[in-house]
Design a protein around this ligand. Structure first.
Ligand SMILES: C[C@](O)(CO)[C@H](O)COP(=O)(O)OP(=O)(O)OC[C@H]1O[C@@H](n2ccc(N)nc2=O)[C@H](O)[C@@H]1O
Ligand SMILES: Nc1ncnc2c1ncn2[C@@H]1O[C@H](COP(=O)(O)OP(=O)(O)OP(=O)(O)O)[C@@H](O)[C@H]1O
Length: 301
């Protein structure tokens, strides 16, 4: 018998170590190359099976009605797939979300919540999707969802759905939240966005990392110039953190981060971050913690 509850399930943040925009598809979506890095700071979700088939979010998330929540929408998609496969209605679920990640922060919070929910519900309901099927189910809801289900640091191409595992440095990060929510679509729509960065190869990133031991020395974030122009607090955070080493924006912003070889280096910089900003340190992860929890090995049970 599967369990009826899964509590304290992590939904970690991601950082984009670099993010290149290489072109635009006919449907307006942009072709990207990026390295996704998982870190040990994020939201926490709690799940309890319901027998009446309802999916309910039991915690409030200001500005996001339950019906719009990526978690609820992802679970509804999984319910439909369950019914198609098993010929009977899916069970329901109560979901509580302890939100720590800022919205519009470029940390993938909403996508990570949805990915954790899909992995948990697939297990609790015994829906029977494998990892690739779960990734495909999540993609239409958010470009980062497949990565979180993939569950290991990855070089991503396409709109973020073509993933290859990549080794990254074991290190610590300081992340600054500049206090603004950046709408992803507004950055991609900007007239000034450069969309023609020359494609790189995964080997170029790996070779750089081995020779320089420098997480942020490779590439750039093509969305950063537009985001800093539109949102001055992002520019200010890049400038401040940049005086301690490479500082870069993650995703479409607003958060800005820097890498440190050890915890002491991160702690020292964190201690002097101006009080007007929320800031934290986090350690690099090699795997998504839900994978260990569900004993996922290529296939999610
Ligand atoms: C930029 C990244 O943070 C990199 O990790 C993600 O690709 C963004 O993922 P996300 O926030 O889940 O964004 P989505 O909800 O998929 O897309 C929001 C909007 O951004 C634009 N968008 C997004 C991803 C992409 N590859 N090209 C785009 O042009 C589209 O206008 C889309 O309607
Ligand atoms: N569970 C959720 N948590 C956060 N945001 C959600 C959730 N469900 C829906 N959303 C919506 O998704 C938007 C993007 O939130 P998210 O936290 O994923 O931003 P982000 O970190 O900028 O993502 P990305 O790095 O993918 O650009 C929010 O502004 C909110 O309207």
């Amino acid at each position: 018998m599967p369990p009826r509850s899964l509590h304290d399930c992590p939904a970690p943040a991601k950082l984009n170590l670099f993010l290149h925009v290489n072109g635009r598809r006919d449907d307006g979506y942009h072709l990207l190359q990026t390295v996704f890095q998982l870190v040990d700071h994020g939201d926490t979700l709690h799940f309890d099976v319901r027998d009446d088939g309802q999916v309910r979010r039991t915690t409030d998330l200001p500005g996001v009605p339950a019906e719009h929540d990526l978690v609820v929408r992802a679970l509804r998609l999984l319910q439909a797939e369950f019914a198609r496969r098993h010929g009977r209605p899916a069970p329901g679920l109560d979901v509580a979300i302890d939100k720590r990640l800022p919205m519009g922060g470029g940390l993938g919070g909403g996508s990570s919540d949805a990915a954790t929910a899909l992995m948990a519900a697939n297990h609790l309901w015994q829906a029977g999707l494998n990892r690739d099927e779960l990734m495909a189910l999540g993609l239409p809801l958010g470009a980062d969802i497949p990565f979180f289900i993939f569950g290991q640091n990855a070089f991503a191409e396409g709109v973020g759905e073509r993933l290859q595992p990549v080794d990254t440095a074991d290190c610590w990060y300081v992340v600054i939240e500049p206090g603004v929510a950046v709408p992803t679509a507004a950055i991609f729509c900007a007239r000034d966005l450069t969309r023609d960065t020359k494609p790189v190869r995964i080997a170029d990133f790996s070779r750089h990392l081995m020779s320089q031991q420098d997480q942020l020395g490779f590439g750039k974030n093509d969305l950063q110039a537009v985001a800093t122009q539109l949102f001055p607090p992002v520019a200010e955070a890049v400038e401040w953190l940049g005086s301690y080493g490479h500082a870069r924006m993650t995703g479409s912003g607003s958060c800005v981060f820097s890498a440190f070889a050890d915890e002491a280096g991160a702690t020292a910089v964190l201690a002097v971050v101006p009080g007007k900003w929320v800031a934290w340190k986090a350690k690099s992860l090699v795997r998504h913690p839900m994978h260990g929890r569900l004993q996922v090995d290529g296939v999610i049970e």
